[in-house]
Design a protein around this ligand. Structure first.
Ligand SMILES: C[S@@+](CC[C@H](N)C(=O)[O-])C[C@H]1O[C@@H](n2cnc3c(N)ncnc32)[C@H](O)[C@@H]1O
Length: 474
């Protein structure tokens, strides 16, 4: 294996209790006549989890993954890092009833990853790295098996290692660049008439849409966030036209154009972050499953907020709803619709809204649950959602459109996502929210009779210390 890809792992020795327990368990299974992979694989899982933990990794068992070809595969174990969930390796259990070589080939034909994957039976362990078989040993030979474990746990893709280094640096660089952008904005506000006009316009739209008490600095921060993250949206989500297609991004681009037309060059300004953007892009490409990639970006986003704008993140309660909860809630709603109302999620007229969409997890899951035949109509007219913060709004928009694309192989912009304060929508007043298209969406949503409300509202009710000056609205 390439030395560069070798991460330092803790020593594994034949005298370790975990190793001895593993061999004792295998023997015990054998004496009890347990021979199927499902009967014996716990011994492997326990051993692998032990060494995963020792190396700050986690083995996620029985993981389902969706390949880019939209085929779902199941691995018996996926090894990931503990922070970003980046894939480190995979484990597949077989037994003596299988011809291991044939079984391996079948898995690869089905799209299983080949970077670092370990196949085991109670007698053999075969390790593939970078598409090549690198070891094939008898399990009874403890020294040889331990060599396999070492190689398996120490593998780290260069792109993953680079990202981990870049992330540490990025934490310091973002606030510095953010401050520099804030100074630039202040400077242009004092000297650039075109920017003054664009900004004043944008600021009043923001107050309308989000909060009449919104401070100028909060709006400046939106511009900065857009400036710093817009490339990631284009590249990682593979949506090069994002800033043209998204109705809000388009508005903000106009303001940024006015900001930059006389004095400064955007790519020059962002040059310092180029290595970081590159590292994110390459790390994101190591995921085969889009929802994992999305989770990775959520984490990047959360970390970005922590470094840059803790208070905004805190006020709005940006916490992503864990996937098992989203799954449970979507299934519960489906059950209740059937048992209490004789309806289904796919029925015409069952309008569904997530008023606090965050990054779109509920809508994405709903798209998966809706019948293929009903999906286009639902997506066009009957799925609705709102978000008040710019970054989650962008992420939700991309996630939802991507999910629809995966399901239908067609790109169709999602027209029912509003950038708006949901709590404001009951007020009877003339709205003018950012862009005519956003206002139109909000008006349409207000007229729609919703059948289902699903979501995870912000829960951060009170500030504890008045000095935080970070109070939510009444
Ligand atoms: C708990 S999160 C929802 C997470 C989402 N289910 C997901 O998994 O990504 C709550 C979201 O509500 C948004 N939010 C907070 N106050 C809001 C308001 N008044 N109107 C609309 N959205 C709001 C926050 O920005 C945040 O993204």
């Amino acid at each position: 294996m390439n030395q560069e890809l070798q991460k330092k792992v803790r020593n594994i020795k034949p005298t370790h209790k975990a190793i001895q327990t593993f061999y004792a368990e295998l023997k015990q299974y054998e004496s009890l006549g347990a021979t199927n992979e499902t009967e014996i694989r716990l011994a492997f899982a326990t051993l692998f989890q032990h060494y995963a933990r020792q190396n700050n990794l986690t083995l996620i068992c029985e993981k389902s993954l969706r390949t880019p070809q939209n085929i779902t595969i199941y691995v018996n174990g996926m090894l990931t890092d503990n922070v970003f969930g980046l894939p480190r390796g995979y484990w597949e259990a077989k037994d003596l009833h299988d011809n291991l070589a044939t079984a391996v080939q079948q898995k690869f034909d089905a799209g299983y990853p080949q970077d670092n994957i370990l196949f085991t039976t109670q007698e053999r362990a075969i390790l593939y790295q970078d598409g090549q078989e690198v070891m094939d040993v008898g399990i009874a030979d403890a020294e040889a098996f331990i060599r396999v474990l070492h190689a398996f746990f120490s593998y780290e893709q260069a792109d993953v290692a680079n990202w981990e280094r870049a992330a540490v640096e990025f934490k310091d660089k973002v606030p510095v660049l953010g401050e520099r952008a804030a100074r630039l904005i202040q400077n242009e506000e004092a000297t650039n008439a075109r920017f003054q006009e664009a900004f004043a316009d944008f600021y009043s739209h923001c107050q309308e849409a989000i909060n009449p008490n919104l401070s100028k600095s909060a709006v400046e921060e939106m511009l900065i966030q857009h400036l710093l993250t817009e490339r990631i949206f284009r590249t990682v989500f593979d949506n090069p036209d994002f800033t043209r297609r998204n109705i809000i991004a388009r508005e903000i681009e106009n303001v940024i154009d006015a900001l930059t037309w006389q004095a400064y060059n955007r790519s020059e300004f962002l040059r310092e972050l180029n290595p970081f953007y590159g590292a994110i892009e390459r790390a994101a490409a190591t995921f085969i499953d889009f929802s994992q990639k999305q989770h990775f970006l959520n984490t990047v986003y959360e970390q970005f907020f922590q470094g840059f704008s803790v208070k905004v993140a805190d006020t709005h309660g940006i916490v992503y709803t864990p996937q098992p909860i989203v799954n449970f809630m979507v299934k519960s709603i489906s059950h209740l619709l059937a048992t209490e109302f004789g309806r289904s999620l796919s029925d015409t007229g069952v309008h569904i809204i997530d008023p606090f969409v965050g990054t779109g997890n509920f809508i994405v899951r709903l798209i998966q649950a809706i019948d293929k035949t009903a999906l286009k109509a639902k997506y066009s007219d009957e799925l609705h959602c709102n978000e008040v913060l710019l970054m989650p709004y962008y992420i939700a928009s991309m996630n939802i459109e991507h999910e629809f694309y995966v399901a239908t192989k067609q790109y169709q912009p999602f027209d029912n996502l509003c950038l708006v304060d949901t709590f404001d929508l009951t007020a009877e007043r003339q709205l003018s929210l950012f862009a005519p298209e956003n206002t139109r969406r909000v008006e349409r949503q207000k007229k729609t009779e919703m059948f289902v409300v699903i979501g995870n509202p912000p829960y951060n009710a009170r500030q504890i210390d008045e000095n935080d000056a970070n109070k939510n609205r009444k």
